[in-house]
Write a protein that binds this ligand. Structure first.
Ligand SMILES: Nc1nc2c(ncn2[C@@H]2O[C@H](COP(=O)(O)OP(=O)(O)OP(=O)(O)O)[C@@H](O)[C@H]2O)c(=O)[nH]1
Ligand SMILES: [Mg+2]
Length: 681
């Protein structure tokens, strides 16, 4: 395969717009294989049990095809926002994209999200208006909304054809050739008379757009000269590669309408590996270094996806950024500081691996069972080390406690979670040492449910979930004195420790002493300090750890024989207890800083919802694509379900990040509830 004949193309678009069907149809056209269907669970992309059951994509799937001697790696991505990490990872390794729009629903939330993601990375994009075979479609209106939302650079390269409201083919506005669906496939046809005026007008608009790409062509255009076929072709290609033109195609993925045209456009308008700017990484000592996507560069590749199969183990899918890889070759993994020999090399089609002897720059390959290798790691020539930047996956915002049913399940859980985290970098696992809860963090309810289902299907592990226990704190608001006396002298060696201590509010727990005249000998200070810190582990209001207290040892008494460390430690604990309720103790709740990103039209709804959650707004900003970013401080207890509620307020468009900020005094009614709960327990 000649290096310049590779295309990597991600297929994006809103949930259920027809991405998987499109990929399946393109595969069938290129290979002649019978076409699978989403409904029957027979597609190449949706091959997992969960995808078949739900008739929706959950993981990205790579489907390579060869068309007119070009190798095209199509990457089918789930439309659901719960699995947005799959789209992010796929976008990081492609230089071409199709956005599928369902003609009956028009531009939807995820269409916009995916579009913005592609624009941020300057990825040449083709829009495919799918499901044109359905009824009640108003293409001209849809085209207007595409141009309003995504800009005037979106130009119909194809215009739907059909008498009256029917759809039975399209005109290619570049070549002015028509294709008509004959009930089985598309064939060349004459442009219908009533479509001629419109398609010629679009053709001319396109020529004008081409002319605008260079001064020379512009002069020619305004002098009334006709542009040659080559000039048009080159002009359009340059426009698409620069992101100045976004071709809009029409068709039906189920009926294979518009798909040969799409495949030809992949060749004509999407970049060759040699068109691409060099990819920048770092050397082992942190200096910038570049690689061109050419076969004669040193080998380097980037792992953008990991598949864990309970039986066959771990597969690492990588994009070759430069050079070649052959079976038997040694590759270096900088993040693991080790070299491995590639005993077997594969290409991957959905869930099926095919052995390969050699793979070239720009292509996608797969290796299996490499200990420690994870998504976002680099593979490279041991003599030419390079490290590529990691994929910026979204971090978990929705936490739940995991409750295994049996001890056996508990033992199995950590092994299963480790495998799930290898596949999915947006899953976070942590144990809260205070509550002893095993927590799982995900991107939302749908994401969590999928993970639970996967545990059940693939690992025969059924796990219940519970709400996160919020970790409260106690602190004091006033200074007070406490006396502690731990004296036991009933024959034999006894205990004698007496202290007087002051406790006052401070930034953090700390201990000092102001003892005069050796009332408490120096060697017992550490024991007193230890007693104080131990007492702080459990406050007397509701049993939460106490923070922000300065303890001062002021005075005390000792006994030359019976005093010991334990006695002074106990005395300090008693002094703390003695003073505590006089120190105006209070309960603190964890406050989370959130940054919510939403479109401007829902800001009012978001603000009033945040208000009800006791949030303090600390900033508002507009981001690069015109969305509002609201920064707020919110008590953790108020945002446990926020990700799901935010989705329903914004119809799925809004998202947020969270990080711990501080502890703040909880309102009285919450404190009373917590104290009542602690007293009951
Ligand atoms: N009438 C019609 N239906 C289509 C067409 N393309 C897809 N569909 C149907 O639309 C539904 C969704 O198709 P998929 O291919 O699963 O869509 P998707 O974009 O992959 O969906 P997600 O993976 O859930 O994001 C299925 O029922 C398809 O049969 C089309 O061109 N015409
Ligand atoms: Mg799909």
């Amino acid at each position: 395969m000649v290096n310049d004949k590779i295309r990597n193309i991600v297929i994006l678009g809103h949930l259920q717009s027809g991405k998987t069907t499109l990929v399946e149809s393109l595969y069938s056209i290129a290979t002649g294989a019978p076409k699978g269907s989403v409904e029957k669970g027979t597609t190449i992309s949706d091959y997992t049990a969960e995808e078949k059951a739900k008739m929706t994509s959950i993981k990205s799937a790579i489907v390579p095809i060869v068309y007119k001697d070009y190798k095209m790696n199509l990457i089918d991505v789930p439309g659901s926002d719960d699995f947005i990490g799959e789209a992010i990872a796929s976008i990081s390794v492609v230089k071409g994209a199709v956005i599928v729009i369902d003609a009956t629903s028009g531009i939807e939330v995820q269409t916009v999200k995916h579009w913005n993601m592609l624009k941020k990375k300057n990825i040449p994009t083709i829009i495919y208006v799918n499901k044109m075979d359905k009824e009640d479609i108003h293409f001209d209106n849809l085209m207007d909304s595409i141009r309003t939302k995504f800009g005037k650079t979106c130009i119909p390269f194809c215009y739907p054809m059909g008498h009256k409201d029917e759809f039975d083919g399209f005109v290619n506005c570049v070549t002015l050739k028509a294709r008509k669906y004959n009930g089985k496939e598309c064939e060349d046809a004459e442009i219908y008379d009533e479509k001629k005026a419109k398609t010629f007008e679009l053709h001319n608009t396109m020529i004008e757009a081409v002319a605008e790409t260079s001064e020379e062509l512009m002069d020619k255009f305004f002098n009334g000269e006709t542009l040659t076929k080559e000039e048009i072709q080159t002009g359009l290609r340059t426009g698409v590669l620069n992101g100045e033109l976004t071709p809009v195609l029409v068709g039906s993925a189920t009926k294979n309408i518009g798909l040969h045209t799409m495949l030809d456009m992949f060749i004509d308008y999407l970049p060759n590996p040699s068109d691409l700017a060099p990819i920048v990484g770092k050397t082992a000592d942190g200096k910038d270094v570049e690689r061109k996507t050419l076969n004669d560069e040193p080998f380097s590749a980037f792992v953008f996806k990991t598949i864990v199969d309970p039986y066959s183990g771990v597969s690492s899918i990588f994009k070759i950024y430069s050079g070649l890889i052959k079976q038997g070759q040694d590759v270096y993994i900088p993040q693991l500081s080790k070299s491995v020999s590639i005993s077997q090399l594969f290409t991957i089609t959905g869930g099926k691996m095919t052995p390969a002897q050699e793979l070239h720059a720009g292509d996608i390959g797969c290796i299996t069972k490499v200990e420690g290798l994870e998504t976002s790691m680099t593979l490279c020539d041991p003599k030419n080390i390079i490290i590529y930047p990691k994929i910026d996956f979204p971090t978990a915002v929705y936490f739940k406690g995991l409750v295994p049913k049996t001890k056996q399940d508990e033992d199995k859980l950590s092994m299963v979670l480790a495998k799930i985290m290898l596949e999915d970098k947006s899953v976070e696992i942590k144990r809260n040492v205070e509550t002893n809860q095993q927590l799982i963090g995900t991107l939302g309810l749908g994401h969590l449910n999928y993970i639970l289902e996967k545990m059940k299907n693939s690992y025969k592990l059924e796990i219940n979930t519970e709400d996160v226990q919020i970790v409260y704190r106690e602190t004091i608001k006033a200074r007070a004195t406490g006396n502690g006396r731990y004296v036991k002298q009933s024959g034999g060696s006894g205990f004698f420790g007496v202290v007087q201590m002051d406790f006052e509010p401070a930034a953090e727990n700390n201990f000092t002493e102001e003892v005069f005249g050796g009332a408490v000998p120096k060697n017992y200070f550490p024991a007193v300090e230890k007693g104080f810190f131990e007492a702080c582990e459990k406050g007397l209001l509701a049993g939460y750890p106490v923070i922000g207290v300065h303890a001062i040892l002021k005075d005390g008494k000792y006994h030359p024989v019976d005093s010991n460390e334990l006695a002074f430690k106990m005395a300090a604990i008693l002094a703390f207890k003695d003073a505590y309720m006089n120190c105006k103790p209070t309960i603190l709740e964890p406050i989370i800083k959130i940054v919510v990103t939403v479109s401007s039209d829902v800001v009012g709804d978001i603000m009033s919802d945040l208000n009800q959650r006791r949030a303090k707004i600390i900033g508002m900003d507009i981001n690069s694509v015109g969305n509002q970013k609201i920064t707020a401080l919110v008590p953790e207890s108020e945002i446990i379900e926020y990700v799901n509620d935010l989705k329903s307020i914004t119809q799925g468009a809004g998202f947020f990040n969270r990080e711990f900020n501080s502890y703040e005094e909880a309102p009285q009614y919450i404190q009373e509830k917590l104290i009542a709960k602690a007293t009951k327990a």
